[in-house]
Design a protein around this ligand. Structure first.
Ligand SMILES: *Cc1c(COP(=O)(O)O)cnc(C)c1O
Length: 434
């Protein structure tokens, strides 16, 4: 038997792919396709590993904040919240969803490089724990919203440490040329810090940086710790302010294909810890509480997408297409970044792969491709196809292009299924239309 990507995948005696103990062909029949199916126990295990490792190896009050742009719906906030995680939200819509789920927003950070005045007022009203303030204009706006609400608002300042983590350009965010935060190298970060300290209605609690995503190498985090602790030391010396929180963002990578390495969260936290304590001692600063904001590494490898095959088109001497009943509307990541995925014929998971093909969607776009050059056991119309590692940045990036309803999100736990997000209906599609 070939090795499968994760230990929650098995092949049944009927030749079907099983996910978290459930027959995926049966799931496709029961819930329809396309459908996102998620292993809730695995999500919880990832949360626990972060919570435990950060408690054990990092300074007091260190904590993981789930980056909910990776996956946002009410139940996910309840799940991560019940595991002791905070959350990071990047829009008033995510804030609204977390709030509607009853999430404790005092344990949330509000991100984004352009928060409008109404966004800021809404977050202050909801009692948001921290803003990650991006720029000077925003600082003034937060200060004035806090004054109006009669509160002193806690903030972190987003800075750009100037690290290129050699990941995809579109998911690299910590360079001096980034649209996010203020550069340390240019002196902008220090100026914005001075401004934050001068405002009466904000309380500066520390600094935030996020260097990129899908990182398989912990070195950029260690570099970030070095640069950020130097910055904290410099701010202490020049402005007499010592940061209590260092938020290092998210970014730990996950396995999409078998060539990808497996990154241990606990080992990564240990390495960050050693670097942090050594750097702080060398630079004469108190080790700050650390926040991490994992998104992908909490949910990506806990989710798969199930599709039904419509046709197999062999263009002699050119290529073969297998088309399925979803596509860029539920997973735009190949179209956006040529993201790699593992594709399986879930109906014939026991057979040898004998068809090289491009897996394409149903949208009226030639670029509507889920994956190119995959080898799977030759499917027939009606077969179930599974795309693995779709728990992050799939449902949250889904659209209604071509007026295709968004798929449901089905959670599996302890052998039971429950629908966390129902499939959109055609009525849902026209509900905003006059
Ligand atoms: C995207 C993002 C994250 C999450 O990144 P992952 O790679 O999904 O862990 C965390 N923090 C910020 C500010 C982000 O923009």
């Amino acid at each position: 038997m070939r090795e499968l990507l994760y230990d929650n995948l098995t092949v049944g005696e009927n030749g079907h792919l099983y996910f978290a103990g459930a027959d995926t062909v049966e799931l496709a029949r029961e819930f329809g396709t396309p459908a996102f199916v998620m292993d809730e126990d695995r999500i919880r295990a990832h949360c626990r590993e972060y919570v435990r490792a950060m408690r054990e190896y990092l300074p007091a009050f260190s904590r993981p904040m789930f980056a909910s742009k990776a996956l946002s719906f009410k139940e996910i906030y309840r799940i991560v919240g019940s595991e002791g995680m905070g959350t990071d939200i990047v829009s008033p819509g995510e804030l609204y969803t977390a709030h509607a789920a009853g999430f404790d927003l005092s344990n949330a950070v509000f991100h984004g490089n352009n928060k409008t005045d109404p966004d800021i007022a809404y977050a202050v009203k909801c009692g948001i724990g921290f803003f990650a303030a991006d720029n000077a204009e925003e600082l003034y706006a937060i200060d004035s919203a806090a004054a109006k609400a009669g509160v002193k608002q806690k903030i972190l300042l987003r800075v750009a440490p100037g690290i290129d983590p050699h990941t995809h350009k579109k998911i690299s965010t910590g360079g001096v040329d980034s649209k996010f935060g203020s550069g340390i190298a240019t002196g902008d970060a220090e100026n914005v810090t001075r401004l934050a300290l001068s405002l009466a209605n904000v309380e500066l609690c520390g600094f935030h940086c996020h260097i990129g995503s899908q990182l398989f190498d912990i070195t950029p985090f260690i570099d970030a710790v070095d640069i950020m602790t130097s910055f904290i030391a410099r701010v202490k010396q020049v402005l007499g302010y010592e940061a209590g929180i260092l938020n290092l963002g998210g970014g730990i990578g996950v396995r999409y294909v078998k060539e990808d390495p497996f990154i241990s969260v606990t080992e990564s936290v240990k390495k960050i810890s050693s670097a942090l304590f050594a750097d702080c001692a060398a630079k004469g600063i108190r080790p700050p509480a650390v926040m991490l904001e994992p998104g992908r590494s909490i949910v990506a490898d806990s989710g798969i997408t199930l599709y039904t095959v419509g046709s197999i088109k062999e263009i002699k001497g050119v290529k073969n297409y297998v088309s399925v009943d979803g596509g860029m509307t539920d997973n735009p990541r190949y179209t956006l970044y040529q993201a790699a995925y593992t594709v399986m014929n879930a109906s014939k998971a026991d057979r040898e792969p004998d068809l090289a093909c491009t897996l394409c969607g149903r949208c009226c776009e030639s670029g509507d491709i889920l994956q190119e050059n995959v080898r799977i056991p030759r499917p027939a119309r009606g077969d179930t196809v599974a795309v693995l590692t779709t728990g992050a940045y799939n449902y949250s990036m889904a659209s209604n292009y071509n007026r295709i309803p968004r798929p449901p999100v089905v959670l599996l736990s302890g052998g039971r299924t429950r629908v966390a997000v129902r499939r959109e209906t055609y009525e849902d599609l026209v509900k905003c239309d006059e």
